[in-house]
Design a protein around this ligand. Structure first.
Ligand code: SF4
Length: 153
C-alpha cells in the first residue's frame, strides 16, 4: 500500500476547498493500493480554511519547537499541523506503509525538491525537478521516521 496526499487524488481537501488532482500520478499508481491522507484535516483544521505558512524555519524546525505554522491572519496553527503529522504517521505505520507521494510546496506535505510525473512509456519516470522547495511538517516527520517520501509538484 502507498500513502498519497488526498488532494493529489482529487479529494477537495485543500485550504481553498479545491483539489490538486494529478492524472499522471493516478496513472502511475493505477495498480497500487492507495491510502489517502490529508494531514491538515487529520489535525482538525476545517475545509476550507485560511492558508498557513511556515514561520522561522522548515518542518524539521517545527518538530524541534524552533519554528511555527501560522495562518495568513496570524493564527498559530502549529499544534494542528503537529497533530496532523502524527496522525498521518500513525495511519502509515498501522498499514505498514513505507512509501508516500506527497503534494509539494505545502507547509504540511511539501518535501523539498518536487518532481513532475509524466505519463509515457516509462510511467514512473520523474522529470522537471523543482529544487529548493521547503519541507513541511508531515513530510519532515515521515522522513525522520525513515518513510520514503516523494514530492509531487
Ligand atoms: S497538501 Fe497535504 S495537507 Fe494540503 S490539502 Fe493536500 S493532502 Fe491536505
Amino acid at each position: 500500500m502507498i500513502a498519497v496526499s488526498a488532494c493529489l487524488l482529487g479529494y477537495m481537501c485543500r485550504y481553498d476547498g479545491k483539489n490538486k488532482k494529478n492524472r499522471c500520478l493516478l496513472e502511475v499508481l493505477e495498480s497500487d493500493e492507495i491510502m489517502p491522507i490529508c494531514p491538515e484535516q487529520l489535525g482538525g483544521l476545517p475545509t476550507p480554511r485560511y492558508p498557513s505558512n511556515l514561520l522561522g524555519g522548515d518542518g524539521f524546525d517545527v518538530l524541534d519547537g524552533k519554528a511555527k505554522v501560522v495562518s495568513i491572519y496570524g493564527i498559530d496553527n502549529t499544534k494542528a499541523f503537529l497533530k496532523g503529522a502524527h496522525a498521518a504517521l500513525y495511519k502509515i505505520r498501522k498499514n505498514n506503509i513505507t512509501l508516500c507521494y506527497l503534494k509539494g510546496k505545502s507547509p504540511s506535505c511539501g518535501a523539498g525538491t518536487c518532481a513532475r510525473l509524466c505519463a509515457g512509456t516509462d510511467k514512473r519516470a520523474e522529470t522537471n525537478f523543482i529544487a529548493g522547495r521547503i519541507t513541511g511538517v508531515t513530510a519532515a516527520l515521515l522522513m525522520r521516521e525513515k518513510i520514503k517520501v516523494k514530492s509531487i509538484g
